[in-house]
Design a protein around this ligand. Structure first.
Ligand code: DX5
Ligand code: ZN
Length: 231
């Protein structure tokens, strides 16, 4: 089956959770000047996940300096209450978790109606097949490759099977959804992920804890799949 991602280069989205919050403008400038495509912003509420990160004021501050789209990943309960606030704060892509959305279709429609790209994130235990009836209403599926809540965790290898399954679902339905991988992504597994069909790689620790973040972003960006999805 022809894949609709054949000619699309993968995108790199550095996760600001791993940046130096006391030098946020410096790290934003680094991302602006790098080959990164998006800023990945992790919002955590201490309820859906056992950690609290940052919210609207920090996103607004980042928006003032960021020259690339803001990919906002909501790890919060009741995300539907705050869609307008995140739009006003500057989100370009807004991702909600499948596990907290009783009315996922409605929430996705509301995100799109506000002029944002609508994303759905799946926890490691949540099957890809649960998105079958809504996949053409999604702009991005974020496959969590760690349990959400913290940066710097180990990549869960099973995610690779989920990428392959999701690639088939997207191609079969002619959905335009991008596949994003979030958690434990770095130069050790990025090649395999893009060969399996990933479109967007989130990278926190592997970028910001590296000796040369700009160069690490470039290395992630320059990877070329050797066998891009066979017909
Ligand atoms: C985890 C977050 C990730 C995190 C990734 O809950 O959603 O975006 O920042 O960090 P690394 O790349 O360090 O695993
Ligand atoms: Zn994230």
């Amino acid at each position: 089956m022809p894949s609709n991602k054949k000619n699309m280069a993968h995108l790199i989205a550095p996760s600001i959770l791993a940046a130096d919050f006391a030098n946020l403008q410096r790290d934003i400038t680094m991302v602006n000047q790098s080959q990164a495509d998006w800023f990945h912003l992790d919002v955590m509420d201490g309820r859906f996940v056992p950690n609290i990160s940052f919210g609207m004021p920090v996103i607004e501050a980042i928006k003032k300096h960021a020259q690339k789209p803001l990919d906002v990943h909501l790890m919060i309960v009741e995300p539907e209450k705050y869609l307008t606030d995140f739009k006003q704060a500057g989100a370009d892509v807004l991702t909600v978790h499948y596990e907290v959305c009783a009315h996922l279709h409605r929430t996705l429609q509301a995100i799109r109606a506000l002029g944002m790209k609508a994303g759905v994130a799946l926890n490691p235990h949540t099957p890809v097949g649960l998105l079958a009836d809504v996949i053409t209403d999604i702009d991005l599926v974020c496959l969590m490759s760690v349990n959400p809540g913290f940066g710097g965790q180990k990549f869960i290898a099973h995610t690779l099977h989920k990428v392959t399954q999701l690639r088939h679902l997207i191609d079969k339905t002619k959905s335009k959804a991008l596949i994003e991988i979030d958690g434990g992504v770095g130069l050790n597994n990025a090649q395999t992920l893009i060969e399996a069909g990933a479109d967007v790689l989130v990278a926190g620790s592997s970028v910001f804890a590296s000796a040369n973040p700009t160069q690490t972003i470039e290395q992630l960006k320059q990877l070329k799949p050797v066998a891009l999805y066979q017909d």
